[in-house]
Design a protein around this ligand. Structure first.
Ligand SMILES: NC(=O)c1ccc[n+]([C@@H]2O[C@H](COP(=O)([O-])OP(=O)(O)OC[C@H]3O[C@@H](n4cnc5c(N)ncnc54)[C@H](O)[C@@H]3O)[C@@H](O)[C@H]2O)c1
Length: 264
């Protein structure tokens, strides 16, 4: 008799921000293939619409696409309302959208750059947690996954705004986890901290290497014990675990996906 294999995220409904490409797209594919519905949001509407269409070609009815600026509270309210209606609920929130901002030392930084990075990388996460929480609670087993960075745990010159926001994501994750635990909401919240992963966010490093992608990746890999940079699926597998009920006893934790970088 054939044994029916259940997906690792069967019956879930996930909203993923910044899902048009890079890490968000890898997470979307993995969750959809494991049985979850996925609401793909991004400022790049064409990008999420194309991805949703491609995913639906393989997993019919799994994906939905929405225009969404994560720094805009009104956008959060309307996108969550539409996603809940389309998916029949919301059990997973993946706060993935993020920007690098200007690579400048603090004396050259501008308030405009600083505020833009704060708005997209951390204010967005406050808004997402606030507006998604009632639905996550209602789902009976909710999970929030916040994408921070190794840059939230260790600093580097020229990355002040990015370091500050990613460290804030790390700590805010714990606040949310403890509030939800104290209130018995059965909603968990964890953060993920990747090192360099092959996505368009690394384009400035490729430009610094004269457009030579191989050379840029080789340079970035120098400080990493495993001697290479990561693939989007290296992060997506961790997110799948945290989003699913497999991690039901895990909350308020941070997960480094860094080839051993911060073990040194
Ligand atoms: N790739 C890496 O090396 C790496 C390492 C550590 C952490 N991260 C983090 O992972 C997350 C995903 O990054 P990525 O590598 O996939 O980058 P990416 O640039 O490939 O993708 C980011 C996505 O976010 C979207 N976006 C940007 N501003 C937005 C806004 N205001 N509202 C909604 N969407 C917006 C972009 O359109 C894009 O589709 C980010 O939070 C990033 O800081 C990435």
């Amino acid at each position: 008799m054939a044994v029916e294999r259940k997906g690792r995220a069967e019956g879930k409904a996930a909203l993923i921000t910044g899902a048009a490409g890079g890490l968000g797209a890898a997470m979307a594919w993995m969750l959809a293939r494991e049985g979850s519905k996925v609401a793909l949001t991004d400022v790049n509407l064409d990008g999420v619409e194309l991805l949703a269409e491609t995913i639906n070609g393989e997993v019919p009815g799994a994906a939905f696409a929405y225009a969404h600026d994560v720094a805009d509270e009104a956008d959060w309210v309307s996108v969550i309302e539409r996603a809940v209606a389309d998916m029949g609920g919301l059990s997973i929130l993946i706060n993935n959208a993020g920007i690098g901002g200007a690579f400048v030392w603090s004396e050259q930084d501008t308030l405009e750059n600083w505020r833009k990075v704060q708005a997209v990388n951390i204010e967005s996460i406050m808004l997402g947690c606030k507006h998604a929480m009632p639905h996550l609670r209602e789902s009976g087993a909710g999970s929030i996954v916040n994408i921070s960075s190794v840059a939230g745990l260790a600093a580097a010159p020229g990355m002040g705004a990015y370091n500050a926001t990613k460290a804030a994501v790390w700590m805010y994750t714990k606040t949310i986890a403890l509030e939800a635990a104290k209130a018995d909401w059965n909603v968990r919240c964890n953060s993920v901290h990747p090192v360099f992963i092959k996505t368009p966010i690394l384009d400035p490093f490729v430009a610094m290497a004269g457009g030579d992608e191989g050379k840029a990746h080789e340079r970035l890999a120098r400080g990493i014990p495993l001697k290479r940079i990561g693939e989007p699926d290296d992060v997506a597998y961790c997110v799948l675990y945290l989003a699913s009920d497999e991690s039901k006893f895990v909350t308020g934790s941070e997960f480094k996906i860094d080839g051993g970088m911060l073990a040194q």
